[in-house]
Design a protein around this ligand. Structure first.
Ligand SMILES: Nc1ncnc2c1ncn2[C@@H]1O[C@H](COP(=O)(O)OP(=O)(O)OP(=O)(O)O)[C@@H](O)[C@H]1O
Ligand SMILES: [Mg+2]
Length: 744
């Protein structure tokens, strides 16, 4: 089916054609034939890279331009939401029937807002969590949404994040029974069931743009699904590496999935030693520049230095311990073909568009503390394998598993390559998971009675898959908890939220977290310090990621707890009473210590050294802490702990920036982070007043501050720069940059 023949607005056709697409892929054609463009509800289940996004784009644009509708695009991850936003932006020049241009908006942060400004947009891209929080705020414009696109909908199966998506979909259907649903999914076994729940049609295909050849590597031989076999050279003792090098030598790239960060790093190191001789000159040049960019983005740490050392050889590792900017640099360099071997943890497996000729699955097992090793699911395997084959570049993609014995090879062939992906199952009916959703149903007045609550949850995928009565019991238990904790009241037959309950729901808190914060604020520690608040939030289930004490840290952490026992709002269980709880407490203490060091301006490298907390983890902790300190402040103000409000305010800002209080004024300026603020402060420029009177040359003389930044500072503090001064600085700039390169 040609793009030119489709019943979509001409301007949309032009833009799609201009992007180099003139014909629909078969799954896209099937979706059109199933009525996706005519407003039919549809589940589209097809392999990775089969073009689900374009289907969604065409639906959304037709819907908006011709019917003046409003579309919501749900994405499971922030990074993915950003990617989609970039893709949708190309349609911004199109005019709707009313003459206005199509407006694309994105919203992924701040969970305590109804974002009224989003009303102006025709397509809103949001993460599932953000959409959930918008629903809790009853954002008015949500009622106007007439098309919802749910990306990666097989995520319903994920025990942590699936339930949010499930509730969001059920809620949108409750608000607007006529809403059009377009659900995009990987290939799963029970598409029909999923479609039936959504009252949608479905299209399920196995079609891929590049042929996929799956196989198992045993020593130096790959055995493929179709019976073919391939020998590779033995260059090192590691078969996976030999295979990766073989691919690179023949002009391809390899993506190697490892089970842990440590394995990913060590594989990348080994790859780097062998790759060097294979690289061409232009690639080497590109990699040198990549190295500079790796070092220049963010603080320098042993991790960024290691990464820099590896990328010049064309190898790199990609895992959640890296900061977002580093990850993006690596993804872009891999897409450009500069990095030849990228090792990654499974987090890379879904969503991000990062194809490679060959995908090597180094380990089909995962390890979880307290659980041991377990094999990954077929669904997970297919997601990783699906990354193989770059359209336009490769005619065939390869996905290779690793076996150590003949027996294991047969097992892998049967259990993954020849196996069907599993069914997906709703994970909603777990008390901890369901609790916030029950509260929000009442708090945002989606239900006013107990029966109303049950009615809503009887429309979820969980109720569809299991016996609806099974979920009733859990809900009743949760209602009792919410009532006991004064989040809801019962007035005759009606259930109404209390002020506290409503705020907890809006703040996107787990009710248990709110109870903990409330009792912390009430009980107070004998001595209230930064640590008291950090521990209060570390004690809540919403603090994420949790930190675990390493056994080598137990003594030191116990000592830390002992030294600071006056400052904790919750006292530790003793080791003798309950060993597990004690360890959990030490984990919380460690997290509080990490946050305290952060606001005392420890460097990122010190955090790695002292706590083994890597930048990516640190940023996630900081994100959680910002939100939980904000929520604590809101609750402190609601619950009349007026004296604590300013303390929490300041701590939140310090946590966001990683600074001592004395830097607050400086760090509020645009372009000034923790490093520059410290440099300014130590040079005697301690606040706005000093900056106002200081000559601009004095600023430019400081490390990390160039003429541009200096000018920006001056503009913000109300000073101005004379044009002759500016010219002079321009001349000095080159000299200064040279100086900085040599010294920093
Ligand atoms: N009809 C088409 N012709 C050529 N290229 C296409 C066509 N449709 C989509 N593509 C390209 O295919 C690539 C993959 O598409 P997309 O990201 O939508 O895959 P997906 O099905 O969403 O996969 P995933 O499971 O990874 O999310 C994109 O680069 C897109 O531009
Ligand atoms: Mg996709």
């Amino acid at each position: 089916m040609q793009i030119a023949e489709l019943p979509i607005p001409d301007e949309v056709k032009q833009i799609v054609l201009k992007s180099g697409i003139s014909e629909l892929y078969p799954p896209q054609e099937e979706a059109v034939l199933a009525g996706a463009l005519e407003g039919k509800d549809l589940v589209l289940a097809s392999p990775t890279a089969s073009g689900k996004t374009l289907t969604a784009e065409l639906c959304a644009l037709k819907h908006i331009v011709e019917r003046n509708g409003k579309a919501l695009y749900l994405s499971p991850l922030r990074a993915l939401a950003n990617e989609k936003y970039e893709e949708f932006k190309k349609y911004r020049s199109i005019r709707k029937h009313n003459g206005r241009r199509v407006r694309i908006g994105i919203s992924t942060g701040d969970f305590d807002s109804s974002d009224p400004w989003l009303e102006r947009y025709d397509i809103i891209i949001a993460t599932n969590e953000k959409a959930d929080s918008l629903l809790r705020h009853r954002a008015k414009w949500i009622d106007e949404i007439s098309l919802v696109i749910a990306d990666e909908v097989h995520l319903l199966n994920d025990s942590e994040r699936g339930p949010t998506l499930e509730v969001v979909l059920a809620r949108l259907m409750q608000i607007n029974p006529d809403i059009q649903i377009l659900a995009l999914s990987a290939t799963i076994k029970n598409v029909e069931e999923l479609a039936d729940w959504l009252k949608a049609h479905y299209v399920a295909t196995e079609w891929r743009p590049v042929k996929l050849n799956e196989g198992v590597l045993l020593q130096e031989e790959v055995q493929f699904k179709d019976g073919a076999a391939k020998k590779i050279d033995k260059r090192s003792r590691n078969p996976a590496l030999n295979l990766a090098l073989h691919i690179v030598k023949s002009g391809g790239q390899a993506l190697v999935f490892a089970s842990t960060r440590r394995n990913a790093v060590s594989l990348a190191k080994k790859a780097a030693t062998d790759l060097g001789s294979i690289l061409t000159k232009p690639t080497r040049r590109a990699l040198l520049s990549l190295k500079e960019r790796v070092l220049a983005s963010g603080e320098r740490t042993r991790i960024s230095e290691l990464l820099a050392d590896l990328v010049i050889h064309g190898a790199a590792f990609h895992h959640a311990g890296l900061g977002g900017r580093h990850r993006k640099l690596l993804e872009d360099a891999f897409r450009k073909g500069e990095i030849k071997i990228l090792t990654a943890t499974p987090t890379l497996a879904f969503g991000v568009n990062l194809p490679a000729r060959t995908v090597i699955i180094h380990d089909y097992r995962r390890y979880e503390v307290g659980y041991g090793y377990y094999p990954i699911t077929v669904l997970e395997y297919k997601q990783m394998a699906g990354r193989a084959g770059r359209p336009k570049y490769d005619t065939v993609g390869e996905a290779i598993l690793l076996a150590k014995t003949d027996d294991e090879r047969d097992f892998l062939m049967e259990s993954y390559i020849l196996a069907e992906p599993e069914r997906i199952w709703s994970k909603l009916a777990v008390e901890r998971i369901l609790r916030p959703h029950v509260l929000s149903t009442i708090a945002a007045q989606y239900a006013q009675t107990e029966q109303g609550v049950h009615d809503f949850f009887s429309k979820t995928f969980y109720a569809y898959q299991y016996d609806p009565n099974a979920i009733r019991v859990v809900i009743s238990k949760i209602l009792k908890f919410l009532h006991d904790e004064e989040m809801i009241n019962v007035e005759r037959d009606n259930i109404v939220p209390t002020k506290f309950g409503r705020r907890v729901s809006e703040l996107y808190l787990d009710p248990v977290s709110a109870v903990i914060v409330r009792s912390g604020l009430r009980a107070r520690a004998p001595m209230i310090t930064d640590l008291s608040f950090f521990h209060m939030i570390a004690h809540t289930p919403d603090m994420y990621p949790k930190l675990r004490p390493y056994s080598s840290e137990i003594d030191q952490l116990s000592l830390f707890v002992d030294e600071h026992k006056e400052e904790f709002m919750f006292s530790p269980t003793s080791q003798l009473e309950d060993h597990l709880e004690f360890e959990e407490f030490l984990g919380e203490a460690k997290l509080s210590w990490v946050m305290q060091s952060w606001v005392e301006e420890a460097t990122e490298d010190q955090m790695i050294e002292q706590f083994k907390v890597q930048p990516g983890d640190l940023y996630r902790l900081v994100d959680s802490a910002k939100w939980l300190l904000y929520a604590s402040r809101e609750l402190a103000s609601l619950l009349k702990h007026k004296d604590l409000v300013p303390k929490l305010n300041i701590l939140r800002e310090r946590a966001a920036k990683g600074i001592k209080a004395e830097l607050l004024q400086l760090a509020r300026l645009e372009g000034i982070g923790r490093a520059r603020a410290r440099i300014l402060f130590n040079s005697g420029l301690e606040g706005i007043k000093d900056l106002k009177t200081a000559p601009i040359e004095r600023l430019v003389d400081l490390p990390l501050i160039g003429p541009k930044v200096a000018k920006k500072i001056k503009e913000q503090v109300g000073g101005f720069v004379k044009s002759e001064q500016w010219k002079k600085l321009g001349k000095d700039k080159a000299a200064k940059q040279q100086f900085l390169r040599e010294h920093y």
